[in-house]
Unconditional design. Structure first.
Length: 280
């Protein structure tokens, strides 16, 4: 059973995905949204196949842009519908900017005389939801896609329970006359555009230098007695560097002159000398 709550689309790839294969009337995906032209006398819509189940599930969507009235005299319509096999029998949240209303509808033969109608506010009604639980059907709105306000509730119509894998989601726009504009939907069954990429800046500082201090260790003596135990602490050895100087050699050198090249001269004694043999 394909619960309608499992259908999720952010519309961020600007391509109409295969889940919306029944789209019509010039529907396109652009700027990260599903865009529907609102043309006089023409319906346009994003639409899935009738392959989903609403019972016990919910569907919600963001509405950033409802089609403005632009000179329409009866209706400029933006609608969120849950449809099934019987034409004209469907659930809707319908905004008409000509009348300035938002209606919460359980249509049979395209009408609901008991619909709840409020004054439309683009901020208050920025998100739209239709859900079913425990035999009750609810229409809700939200400003942010997180906190919801219930606008209408009824006993679940029989067709909602019996239509297993047989309902479709339809996002629709239409005007009776006036100037063409468009409606835009976003974030189907997701409160955020999860595909968005954000670039952040950071200021980085260089790593600091970590200086390791030496921890001295002392080896102490201990006097042990028999039966006592001594736990050995881990001693960390540090390998230190040292600057070494080369050994210096001292060579001794004599100052004595060689004597083997001396010539002896013998001459007559001079006055003032003391003369001994053989000169006497």
């Amino acid at each position: 059973m394909a619960l309608i709550g499992t259908l999720v689309d952010t519309f961020n790839d600007n391509i109409i995905g295969p889940d919306w294969g029944n789209s019509y009337g010039g529907a396109l995906e652009t700027g990260g949204r599903a865009r529907l032209p609102c043309v006089a006398g023409q319906y346009s819509g994003y639409q899935t196949a009738k392959a989903w189940t609403l019972a016990g599930s919910s569907a919600y969507v963001q509405l950033p842009v409802a089609a403005a009235s632009n000179s329409a005299t009866v209706e400029a319509q933006t609608a969120f519908n849950i449809i099934q096999a019987t034409a004209g029998t469907y659930l809707a949240i319908n905004i008409n900017t000509v009348a300035g209303t938002i209606r919460f509808e359980n249509n049979v033969a395209y009408t609901d005389g008991s619909a709840t109608s409020l004054t439309y506010n683009s901020t208050t009604h920025a998100w739209l939801r239709i859900r079913e639980t425990g035999g009750t059907l609810f229409w809700d709105t939200s400003t942010d896609g997180s906190s919801w306000t219930n606008r209408r509730s009824i006993s679940t119509p029989a067709w909602v329970t019996s239509s297993v894998n047989a309902v479709a989601v339809e996002l629709q726009s239409y005007r009776n006359n006036g100037t063409t504009n468009f409606a835009e939907f976003d974030n189907f069954n997701t409160a955020t555009s999860s595909a968005a990429v954000h670039f952040l800046s950071a200021s980085l500082t260089s790593d600091g230098t970590l200086t390791a201090g030496l921890t001295p260790s002392a080896v102490l003596g201990a006097s042990l007695e028999a039966g006592s135990s001594l736990d050995a602490a881990v001693t960390q050895a540090a390998v230190l560097s040292a600057t070494l100087s080369a050994d210096t050699r001292l060579s001794a050198q004599t100052d004595a002159a060689a004597r083997d090249d001396l010539t002896t001269h013998v001459g007559r004694p001079q006055s003032g000398w003391t003369v001994s043999q053989p000169w006497i």
